[in-house]
Design a protein around this ligand. Structure first.
Ligand code: SAM
Ligand code: SF4
Length: 427
């Protein structure tokens, strides 16, 4: 999401005559796009700001801005705490950046952290910063109103709003015409996408089908789905279209009903497992990935065991795994005790990571001997004789380059694997 926002910011700045500089030491303005989701994300930003402060010594004209969630969360406080910062801009105020920079030019500090109920930057054509020229993100909605007890996002990104269908489809078309072959539709909870334009209502699965109709050669992915809202209609739509990828990211957070209820996730373990069964029914062979938080408030060993058993039941292909980090202003911070000792959080997280490593490896081993359609994205990290791409299940596949180029679709037969990568040859 932040990556996609940086592309919007780059576009807004380019329109004002700014150019992207390769390195911060050559820049007149450095904007640090920030995340507040866990404390360690914020600590990394603080470290980066210290490094940038050193750059200011050599270039007294350098302007430093903090944008995104940390700007929104800390507001003026950040200007007081970080003397090197000139500019603070929240996620809904990026259009104001050039005017705010003018103010900084005049020697003042500048801040705009007003959240909007409407801003979707729908008319901005993002500057693609990824450079692979094959895969791109399309932001389809902003904000979140789920207020999961641990989460800072509803406070830093404001109310949920969906972008209009027309500009989303146009962006997908433009990308395809420019050689892109895969788009990922982004939102905090894409299943609750809803628009009514000119009397026509569009829900997420309908939007997905319209994007898929841009071209059978354009793959479509999306993130993130909330388990409480993932509908059979959506699963059927994915099963129906070859170019809607067979990979669903369905963050569970915990396998324990006690913890899920305290987290205010609005589903139970049983509901979640029913949704997994529905995915398996409508999309055979679909990859399933998740997010897990270890050591949320009051988590007992039996709650943790519930998470472990759920991971085994689902057999996730991939997971993002975190230690619970208390965030100021959240419901959990106000109402619950962060009472799981750090050492216990670490132990539980390690057990979760070790298990996921085994599950990912087992999932990859099951793919040996199968043939997948792969979209080549570029050279593999290790050798220019090999290309890397992804299959529909979002698994990284490495294969000898042969005569293939990035942007090509090809069939690859899998001969070998690591826990993170499938290795094969074009057939
Ligand atoms: N909207 C998505 C959803 O609900 O599934 C996820 C958004 S969040 C940016 C990504 C992940 O960060 C969450 O799924 C959760 O696992 C993790 N996360 C959020 N708040 C956290 C916290 N306070 N401590 C640790 N992990 C957290
Ligand atoms: Fe945070 Fe929950 Fe919204 Fe995801 S759905 S962004 S975890 S509040």
């Amino acid at each position: 999401m932040n990556f996609s926002d940086s592309e919007i910011v780059a576009s807004l700045m380019q329109d004002e005559g700014y150019e992207i500089s390769g390195e911060s030491k050559d820049a007149d303005v450095v904007l640090v796009n920030t995340c507040s989701i866990r404390d360690n994300a914020e600590q990394r930003v603080r470290k980066r700001l210290r490094e940038l402060k050193a750059l200011k010594k050599n270039n007294p004209f350098l302007k430093i801005g903090v944008i995104g969630c940390m700007a929104e969360r800390l507001k003026e406080q950040l200007l007081e705490e970080e003397q090197s910062v000139d500019l603070i801009v929240g996620p809904d105020a990026y259009r104001d950046l050039p005017a705010l920079l003018d103010k900084v030019e005049e020697g003042q500090k500048a801040i705009n952290v007003i959240l909007s109920t409407k801003e979707t930057y729908s008319d901005i054509t993002p500057v693609r910063l990824d450079k692979n020229g094959v895969t791109a993100f399309i932001s389809i909605m902003r904000g979140c109103e789920n207020f999961c007890a641990y989460c800072v996002v509803p406070f830093t990104r404001g109310k949920e709003r969906s972008r209009d269908v027309k500009t989303i489809i146009q962006e997908a078309r433009d990308l395809f015409e420019n050689g892109y072959r895969e788009v990922t539709l982004l939102g905090q909870n894409v299943n609750s996408y809803f628009r009514e334009d000119d009397g026509k209502q569009t829900s997420f699965y309908e939007l997905l089908e319209q994007v898929a109709a841009v071209s059978p050669q354009l793959r479509v992915r999306f993130a993130t789905s909330h388990p409480k809202d993932i509908s059979d209609e959506l699963l059927k739509a994915i099963g129906k279209h070859h170019n809607i990828c067979n990979a669903i990211h369905l963050p569970v957070q915990s396998g324990s009903n006690n913890i899920l209820s305290l987290m205010k996730r609005k589903y139970t373990r049983e509901w979640y497992l029913d949704r997994i069964a529905a995915i398996r029914k409508y999309i055979p062979g679909c990859a399933i990935s998740t997010d897990i938080i270890a050591g949320f408030c009051t988590e007992k060993d039996e709650d943790h065991r519930d998470t472990i058993s759920l991971m085994n039941r689902v057999g996730y292909d991939y997971a993002f795994m975190f230690k619970y980090s208390e965030r100021p202003g959240t419901i959990a911070q106000k109402k619950l005790d962060d009472d799981v000792p750090e050492s216990v959080k670490s132990e539980r997280l390690q057990e979760i990571i070790d298990l996921q490593q085994q599950l990912s490896h087992a999932s990859n081993k099951r793919d040996i001997g199968k043939t997948f359609e792969v979209l080549a994205e570029g050279f593999s990290k290790k050798s220019a004789d090999f290309l890397m791409g992804r299959n529909s299940q979002n698994k990284v596949v490495v294969f000898p380059k042969g005569n293939y180029n990035k942007g090509d679709y090809l069939n690859v037969k899998i001969n070998d694997c690591t826990p993170a990568t499938l290795i094969g040859t074009a057939t």
